[in-house]
Design a protein around this ligand. Sequence first.
Ligand code: MN3
Length: 249
Amino acid sequence: MSITRRSLIAGTASLAAAVASRPALLYAQAAPRPSPTPTPPGPFKLDPLLYPTTALAPNIDAKTMEIHHDRHHLAYVSGLNTAVKDHANVASMPLQEILAKLGEMPEAIRTQLRNFGGGHANHTMFWLVMGPRSGKPSGDLDQAIERDFGGLQKLQDDFNAAGARVFGSGWVFVTVTKEGNLAIETKPNQDTPLMDGKRVLMGNDVWEHAYYLTYQNRRPDYLKAWWNTVDWTRVGERYKAATSGTLTI
Ligand code: MN3
């Protein structure tokens, strides 16, 4: 899923050329990112966004996307890299394994692994399940939503209610079992169901930094609008990966 720096730069250049020749048609979809994605040193990387920071507006504004990805998520990756710096055995482990085995991790860095590792996993998932194409759930995922929630509207209502009830900072998730069963779950701070050995189908960040510039204290409005950003094609791919045992974070 990661894009090389070279292809990103090449893509940006050709986008810029296309924008220059047909500005009115392409600008809204294809505005280049204002700055390149920072790359913190260490084993854990910050993947670039797969779409421009403007792509989710007006549901999520470009400034929020830029600050959230380039500063907040970067800080989690940097913190995680710092934590594992003198722990080669932890540094070489897959992130989902570190989180599932937090209790076995060196006590000196356990809190950092929890906060920064959880933050890295949560945000990596978050950017992936959003995008400009949205769509609707289909196939097995659509059937599972019908079976486990009584339809998409009910899932959205229950998910939004759960997200609104999170006190302070945290997340609301849809978890998925290997059998394909779905459930709604919330976690405080940067905790994740990965810490319970579960898999996350999708999730929404209800920290104020995720919505404050546009929505201020109106978290329920953000929760409602967020569904317009969900890329159901990619969520469907995650569902398939979960049921075939290949979904990681
Ligand atoms: Mn966040």
